[in-house]
Design a binder for this molecule. Structure first.
Ligand SMILES: Cc1cc2nc3c(=O)[nH]c(=O)nc-3n(C[C@H](O)[C@H](O)[C@H](O)COP(=O)(O)OP(=O)(O)OC[C@H]3O[C@@H](n4cnc5c(N)ncnc54)[C@H](O)[C@@H]3O)c2cc1C
Length: 523
């Protein structure tokens, strides 16, 4: 391919969530499936997946961004919810992270604090000495979650919200749904084949993929969505991996699918994240089952003890005996470079950090969108786009590491080496340490997170910071935004909204039953 030739043929290797989401975003954005489009400047999108390597099949919590991603692809929300056994998620609820005491919990809801950006509620909340909890005072959403409410009514159109929401979903069904949608509605070509190597051009670009017992597959841009094996970016190009295990210690997971005690059991509106001695347990409620797993540090416990911890949790939370769990080794970190020559990695091949705050699918959406928006028209422009992509995603991965570390660093637990080691100064990134100094005197603000598409904005940092008991010092400056009267009005507005929504919103299960039976109004 010469520098001036058009980029038309996009080949995605891997048929997990990363492969199909990327295919869907690109095909929808560039009208890939329409007749004659390739002649008119359109593209062709091909997904090739190995018949021998199974997809990860975990990854059940999304960010609210998924609503927009699916809407842009042209998906019906009702069809998606039904096919993927999805439920509505409004927050993460952290239990036991601060002290481990029975009443130790806080919410990180998806709705920003009341008056966000217009008023600083932190000084007025601080005056109350920590009660009520920060999120409970500045957002109505924790109350909806405590009562298992849905984020909208049955008359609310698809993808629209009363309260900001994301999804919990069955990862395996999500993959199948996307595959079906992309191939039938968006014209994505689907091939089964195991990639064994590549044919290179003189300049080092990939000209074609060698497939086991099949003809080579040519393309202009190759997207590596091969999960942990990173067949192209690592296997072929040997791009180094930046490990972050010295900051975030969780490197193993053990997961199980747990039945509900009965068909009418409530479906949680939040991901439950419960701290344990060497990590934490996720608990995700779908309409037909729960997905539960313990993410832990292998240096701080044994596989046998971890299984026992998970089994105890499942029993204590009404799930009975643990079904045979699955162990998954994680290698926390990300690639030094994500886009190299005409190859870009998306999904786990680009990196993976423990599923705390569920950012992996959101990163896939962001990567797919940036590739779609900036798809280089010619090979000559690809290096420019690649440089920008690499810069952007290096920043994002760094931000995620900092944000996740915040959850551990602020803990006061001293009942196990895991929690104590997490506070060792050498394990804290410099940027986070600096921000914490600033936040002693003012709350996290958009100045700290200036990117246009920050994955965790200042509001998320406020929820975690104050949820974990961080107490700011009295500010030496009197700022306009700190007005206590305006803050009091905001607290009243939150209480009013909570009352109104609790009176009008169905439970998560009621709404999901309705969606499955009748669907939501389409926009
Ligand atoms: C324990 C755990 C919990 C998680 N929880 C969450 C969560 O709550 N929220 C969230 O957003 N994310 C979560 N994730 C991450 C999420 O699961 C992944 O981001 C998502 O599944 C995407 O995976 P993938 O498509 O990159 O890789 P995979 O699902 O592993 O897919 C890889 C694909 O590549 C193909 N392949 C591999 N080798 C070859 C080859 N040689 N030739 C051809 N094809 C090949 C395979 O056949 C497969 O189709 C979690 C991950 C783990 C491990």
């Amino acid at each position: 391919m010469s520098g001036s030739e058009r980029v038309r043929d996009i080949v995605i290797v891997g048929g997990g969530a990363a492969g199909w989401l990327t295919a869907g975003v690109l095909a929808a954005e560039h009208r890939a499936g329409q007749k004659d489009d390739r002649r008119d400047g359109g593209i062709r999108v091909t997904v090739v997946e190995s018949p021998d390597v199974r997809t990860l099949g975990v990854g059940e919590g999304t960010w609210p961004s998924m609503r927009d991603t699916l809407r842009r692809m042209g998906v019906s929300e009702s069809a998606f919810v039904t096919a993927c056994d999805a439920s509505f998620k409004q927050a993460s609820r952290f239990a036991g992270w601060v002290t481990g005491a029975a009443d130790d919990h806080y919410y990180h809801p998806f709705s920003a604090p009341q008056g966000y950006g217009e008023v600083n509620l932190v000084p007025a909340w601080s005056e109350l000495n920590g009660s009520p909890r920060f999120a409970d005072l500045v957002s109505f959403q924790p109350q909806l979650c405590e009562q298992g409410r849905a984020p909208k009514q049955s008359a609310t159109p698809e993808f629209a919200a009363v309260a900001n929401y994301a999804y919990h979903l069955d990862a395996g069904k999500f993959g199948s749904f996307l595959q079906q949608f992309c191939t039938t509605q968006l014209g994505v070509r689907h091939l089964r084949g195991h990639v064994t190597g590549i044919c290179a051009r003189d300049n080092g670009d990939i000209a074609a993929l060698k497939l086991q017992e099949q003809e080579a597959l040519t393309g202009d841009l190759f997207i590596d969505c091969t999960g942990f094996s990173a067949v192209l970016l690592d296997g072929h190009y040997g791009i180094p991996y930046v490990g972050v295990g010295d900051v975030l210690f969780c490197d193993t997971a053990v997961a199980a699918q747990v039945p509900y005690p009965g068909a009418e059991a409530p479906i949680a509106s939040a991901t439950l994240a419960t701290a344990r001695e060497a990590g934490w347990i996720w608990d995700i409620g779908l309409p037909t089952r729960r997905g539960v797993g313990y993410v832990y540090s292998g240096a701080h416990t044994t596989a046998e003890a971890a299984r026992q911890t998970l089994a105890d949790y499942i029993r204590q939370t009404g799930g009975g005996e643990m079904p045979e769990p699955r162990g998954i080794a994680l290698n926390p970190g990300y690639r030094e470079t994500f886009w190299h020559r005409n190859c870009v990695a998306v999904g786990i091949s680009a990196g993976f950090i423990e599923p705390l705050e569920a950012s992996a699918l959101a990163l896939i959406e962001l990567a797919a969108r940036m590739i779609g928006d900036e798809l280089p028209p010619t090979r000559a422009l690809m290096d420019v786009v690649a440089r920008r992509f690499n810069e952007r995603f290096r920043t994002r991965w760094g931000r995620i590491v900092d944000f996740l570390k915040l959850h551990y660093l602020l803990s006061r637990r001293d009942d196990s080496a895991f929690w104590i080691d997490n506070r060792v100064p050498g394990s804290v990134p410099d940027r986070l340490r600096e921000l914490l100094e600033l936040w002693r005197f003012r709350p996290p603000s958009s100045r700290d997170f200036p990117e246009s598409e920050e994955i965790f904005p200042a509001a998320s940092h406020q929820y975690v910071l104050y949820g974990m008991g961080f107490r700011p010092e009295r500010s030496v400056h009197r700022r306009r935004l700190d007005d206590p009267q305006v803050a009091a009005q905001c607290f009243q507005a939150v209480a009013q909204r909570a009352r109104k929504y609790l009176a009008g919103l169905p439970t998560n299960r009621e709404l999901l039953d309705h969606v499955r039976a009748h669907g939501l109004p389409r926009v």
